[in-house]
Ligand binder design. Sequence first.
Ligand code: ADP
Ligand code: MG
Length: 399
Amino acid sequence: MDIHEYQAKEVLANFGVAVPDGALAYSPEQASYRARELGGERWVVKAQIHAGGRGKAGGVKVCESDVEIQKASEEMFGKKMITHQTGPEGKGIYRVYVEAAVPIDREIYLGFVLDRTTQRVMIVASAEGGMEIEEISEKRPESIVRAIVEPAVGLREFQCRQIAFKLGVDAGLTQQMVRTLQGCYRAFTELDATMVEINPLVITADNRVIALDAKMTFDDNALFRHPQISELRDKSQEDPRESRAADRGLSYVGLDGNIGCIVNGAGLAMATMDTIKLAGGEPANFLDIGGGATPERVAKAFRLVLSDKSVQAILVNIFAGINRCDWVAEGVVQALREVQVDVPVIVRLAGTNVEEGQKILAQSGLPIIRATTLMEAAERAVGAWQNDLSQGTRMRAVS
Ligand code: ADP
Ligand code: MG
């Protein structure tokens, strides 16, 4: 789960990371009012969306009066902001953050990520702040400083000092760097984050180390133990298909293709997507309906997959280990009777009671396309979709 910049700043501030004074606004009037409340002479109005790259897209504006603030926020509210991180559909701006403008001397990149190779939290930093990390690693890879944290001992002060030294930070600011790095690391581990990124971390003209931007992503599987973090969820920033799935306890990721997938198990779902591509098609989604593929869950999955209008064929791929193919087949039949499905449906069952399952599908009288192997299922799905395209027909029966 992602959160907004202003939320990440509040979280990190609670762990001792210094951030500028700021206030949130839900309308242009409120934005100028909140700037007057904050006081000062220069402010920055920042569009709150779950994506970076706002500066270049006009989502970060320096203002010198409340009138300017009102105007700058009027330009933002209600708009869809497209940055290189949002995808072509963009993300809606419904909140802006008004922040004291900080006199910047230097911009540093600082990130905390999970490194799968070493199975450790890795700190990635660069003296080339302001640029995105992808750009830094392309243009100035030698500027990247990396450090691995041993989980048993945590992030030690000497490591922080080493990082500060490698970044060329003034010795007088080392203590502030240590506090920032340790604060981020504690927030990362204590809150089950998967990413903390501060870009830029700045050194101000008056020698303060301040997080000017902040991004945090949390592990969805650990959210249950952090109610104060789950509360920060903003569904207006999520793919509506994915939030609907999450609300129904299904694990779904929307993609750009047109073959919908209903699969039990994440690994099998990945294999199904690969096989569809191998057969010349493009999957419309990743969907893991979980272990107990009950008729209700299968029906929910059909509704969810069909709510994506680009879906032109559905491939159901179930491996029944603990489950039973006859139950799943009953689920599919019941779902197809309940939900109006007007695209070809291909079902591949394997595992416990597969013969009984096939019999139920065959005897249902429904135009279900059956397949035995995954490759065959993928080929039939791609074939049915192409057929559908060329003939303009829907729902073909194959025995
Ligand atoms: P994004 O990464 O989405 O473009 P940032 O918060 O990093 O947004 O802002 C982009 C740039 O705007 C920063 O690199 C910094 O130069 C400037 N900026 C952001 N916030 C402030 C601030 N409070 N004071 C001064 N400059 C700022
Ligand atoms: Mg940034």
